[in-house]
Design a protein around this ligand. Sequence first.
Ligand SMILES: NC(=O)c1ccc[n+]([C@@H]2O[C@H](COP(=O)([O-])OP(=O)(O)OC[C@H]3O[C@@H](n4cnc5c(N)ncnc54)[C@H](OP(=O)(O)O)[C@@H]3O)[C@@H](O)[C@H]2O)c1
Length: 235
Amino acid sequence: MNALNGRVALVTGASRGIGAATARALAGAGAQVAVASRSGDNPGIEGAFAQQCDVRSLDSLTRMVAATVDRFGHLDILVVNAGVGAYGAYLELPEADLEEMIDVNVKGALYAVRAALPELLKSDAADIVTIASEAGRRGLPYEVAYSASKFAQVGMTRALDHELREQGVRCTSVCPGGVATDFAMGHGRTRDMPQLAGMMTPDDVADVVLFVVTRPRNHRLLEVNLRPVTETSWG
Ligand SMILES: NC(=O)c1ccc[n+]([C@@H]2O[C@H](COP(=O)([O-])OP(=O)(O)OC[C@H]3O[C@@H](n4cnc5c(N)ncnc54)[C@H](OP(=O)(O)O)[C@@H]3O)[C@@H](O)[C@H]2O)c1
């Protein structure tokens, strides 16, 4: 499949998990791909451009976007994926975890769009895809700060849609339920928790992102909600 030939994608938080699977899927469809993370690791994608980038810093993201455009010439797709989670009774949530969720999930998402938008506006086929969460659609118990951060991402993405639609930039929130990754490990999830076996895989989410960005340009998906069959839809 070469549906993305000629398009350039930047995926934040792509050293592992959903971001790595998404970058792999986009590259497999012909996109040139830049992968950003604090480690700067390339998760084994041939031809990908990898650079260290901390989404808590607008400067770091601005450098990432500039380096991507230097390498590939332009930028068409931004996947706002870098994120952290910590679960537990709200009063027991360490302040450092609360701060990190706001800094990475909220400010990091806003900064990623701010850094990438000038380049996306030059593209005639631009997409912003935010990997939000079911926790961004419903307030979930023991996920107070995480839910707050994910509602912010969904709100950001919907507002961007209103602001950017007429300029040709499509904006989509992808809202998964549980996905088996390193996410929240030691912060509410454990490697031996039985629920992990019933969760979705990073490739399940990557397939959805690929579907979103390969729609014909006459329409757009505003929000995609996906759940493992083991999980309720919460009404
Ligand atoms: N797993 C789930 O159940 C689930 C469900 C719904 C939504 N999500 C969302 O999906 C996204 C990806 O999560 P995941 O499950 O793939 O988690 P993961 O396996 O822990 O991967 C997180 C990625 O984000 C990067 N990252 C973390 N902090 C960063 C920072 N400050 N700057 C740049 N990169 C950073 C990590 O790389 P470095 O450590 O190298 O920086 C890593 O590549 C998150 O937004 C999460 O909220 C996950």
